[in-house]
Design a protein around this ligand. Structure first.
Ligand code: GLU
Length: 332
């Protein structure tokens, strides 16, 4: 099939082997390509598709049944099925990179401004912020991501640019960029995020003007990247903090901590169910992407725009569930 444009049901794509793994079979004898195909087939066999996010109008027209999945291994293998080369709006998956970069650039002091407990509330909730005096529960709800974005802006002067450049470097894809129409659509309909940002600022927990923080937040959420791109990027967490060029972004301990927050807070108010079904740290976004980390082995990214009530991709979670159940690739 055409790996770039083929529909998810059209059959297999070809595993690539930049690091010397060939034919989809790893040195350990696992047929990664076949495992992905089986996971995709298991997901597509389900009747449920979910609904595309419609609160950001630019995302509403996505086909809930579209599907792609990619695996990038720490030893350089890259495998994919369905529309694994098709860019999509990464949305909240970007919050993982904002957090990692803010920690890498600025260290642990971020944790004085944002917590690391599951929120038990919807990702864009306002109520908790008041009772907790402007300290968001964790960096993956919108309030916490706004604080992490503000911190990265403080440290780099260009938070969205830092995220974009990091994705380009780790994936080797210089074309990764923000979809300005998605960012503009979000800004036009972003009353709730603006309310969150002003509320946080009222407690003194933003260092930059609210409008700048929001602009950078929308711009990193509106980055378009494919499953292949994101799986390649996610390897820095599978490599315990090491970047693609071998330099260190995070200490081993910091990488462990980011993975822990991903596991407990990365998939909205359904992180418990995601841990139960998939058993891997992961971050989802309302564009339908989910990036998961298999420590020591690689990173998996799945995309399908139909979302469940919590905001996670229906087919994406199903495919990850099928794959980790079949392989035992889990941290448990
Ligand atoms: N940019 C989206 C928002 O702020 C991100 C939501 C998400 O993917 O969870 O609503």
């Amino acid at each position: 099939m055409d790996a770039d444009t083929g529909r998810a049901t059209a059959g297999r794509t070809t595993g690539e082997a930049p690091g010397g793994v060939s034919g989809g079979v790893s040195a350990g004898g696992e047929d990664h390509q076949r495992l992905l195909e089986e996971a995709m087939a298991a997901a597509l066999a389900l009747p449920a598709r979910g609904r595309s996010a419609d609160y950001i109008p630019a995302l509403a027209c996505a086909d809930p049944g579209a599907f792609g999945m990619a695996l990038a291994t720490v030893d350089g293998g890259l495998y994919g099925v369905g529309e694994w080369r098709r860019p999509f709006s990464i949305q909240s998956v970007s919050k993982l990179f904002t957090l990692a970069l803010a920690l890498a650039e600025g260290g642990d002091s971020l944790w004085q401004r944002v917590g690391r407990e599951p929120s038990g509330n919807p990702f864009n909730s306002l109520v908790q912020l008041e009772s907790e005096q402007g300290i968001p529960r964790n960096p993956f709800i919108n309030a916490g991501a706004l604080v992490a974005t503000d911190r990265l802006l403080e440290l780099t002067g260009d938070a969205a640019g830092a995220v974009r450049d990091f994705l380009r470097a780790e994936s080797g894809n210089p074309d990764i960029t923000t979809d300005d129409s998605v960012a503009a659509s979000e800004a036009r309909h972003g009353h709730r995020n603006a309310a969150l940002a002003h509320f946080i600022a009222s407690y003194g927990n933003l260092r930059n003007p609210v409008d700048s923080v929001l602009a950078h937040y929308y711009a990193h959420c509106a980055i378009s990247a494919s499953c292949a791109d994101l799986a390649l990027v996610g390897r820095f967490l599978a490599r315990h903090g090491l970047r693609a060029d071998g330099s260190r972004l995070l200490t081993r301990s910091e990488a462990k901590r980011v993975n822990a927050v991903l596991l407990t807070c990365g998939t909205y108010d359904a992180a418990g169910d995601f841990a139960y079904r998939v058993g891997l740290p992961g971050k989802s976004g309302v564009g339908g992407g989910i990036l998961t980390v298999i420590p020591g082995r690689g990173a998996l990214c799945v995309w399908s725009p139909g979302l469940d009530r919590a905001g996670n991709s229906v087919l994406g979670v199903a495919a990850l569930d099928a794959l980790t159940t079949a392989t035992g690739w889990s941290i448990f």
